[in-house]
Ligand binder design. Structure first.
Ligand code: BG6
Ligand code: MG
Length: 220
């Protein structure tokens, strides 16, 4: 049976979460708003617009629409400077092994990311060709935990949601996968990602027999 495997990008395939954090932290601090790693956790998987809204809420700050747009560009410009230096060494451990194994098993593979920079990053790390379809922040109107991004991926691959498996590092992304009735696999801290169906620290822990079971599993 053919399944679809949908991968989030930031924090799952590449360690870009640290760059988002640095760029948001600099921006928040420039506004006199403090910004902790715990708060950053709540921004993982969340769209750029919603992230800035949250930071302003935390800082109890109201700004004009014009300033909001300027700040979004400023954050992205700084983020793009970090991204421009990326290469294949920033692919998270064993991601290529899992992707290649799924390809060898003729499974469908999609990217399901909130990022509008997803294609640039996949090109930088030379992984774009591994995906049958790429759904990113330029294709969706609703941010995770809304399941839109994963549902579009499933549709494009011609696979029913209950036959999809999602790899995610964010709480919002795990919730989106669960709402979509897909099998959710958390990559990261088990306490943070406790809503996931399965949790691993990273892909080095994901063995081939586990993938084989997923290929024949059903979401209950
Ligand atoms: C998600 C990240 O993948 O993409 C978020 O986890 C980020 O931190 C979001 O805000 C949007 O990304 P971008 O690259 O379009 O600003
Ligand atoms: Mg992520």
């Amino acid at each position: 049976m053919k399944k679809a495997f949908i991968f989030d990008l930031d924090g799952v395939i590449v360690d870009t979460a640290k760059y988002h954090f640095l760029a948001w932290q600099n921006l928040a601090n420039s506004l006199g708003i403090s910004f902790s790693e715990e708060q950053n956790e709540q921004l993982k998987g969340v769209s750029r617009v919603r992230s800035l809204e949250k930071i302003l809420e935390w800082g109890n700050k109201t700004i004009s629409e014009e300033e909001f747009t300027e700040l979004m560009s400023k954050k992205n410009e700084e983020y793009l400077v970090y991204i421009s230096k990326m290469d294949t060494s920033e692919i998270l451990p064993d991601v290529p092994r899992v992707l290649d194994y799924l390809i060898s098993k003729e499974q469908a593979i999609a990217l399901g990311s909130a990022s509008k920079n997803a294609r640039i990053i996949l090109d930088k790390v030379q992984l774009a060709t591994k995906f049958h379809t790429i759904v990113d922040g330029t294709n969706v109107s609703k941010a995770k935990p809304d399941p839109e991004v994963f549902l579009i991926g499933a549709k494009e691959l011609g696979v029913l949601p209950e036959n999809c498996v999602v790899f995610e590092d964010s709480v919002a992304g795990i919730q989106a996968a669960n709402i979509a009735n897909m099998i959710s696999i958390g990559i990261g801290d088990a306490e943070v990602l406790h809503e996931a169906d399965y949790i691993f620290n990273d892909f080095t822990e994901i063995r081939e027999d586990f993938i084989n079971n997923l290929v024949s599993a059903k979401k209950v």
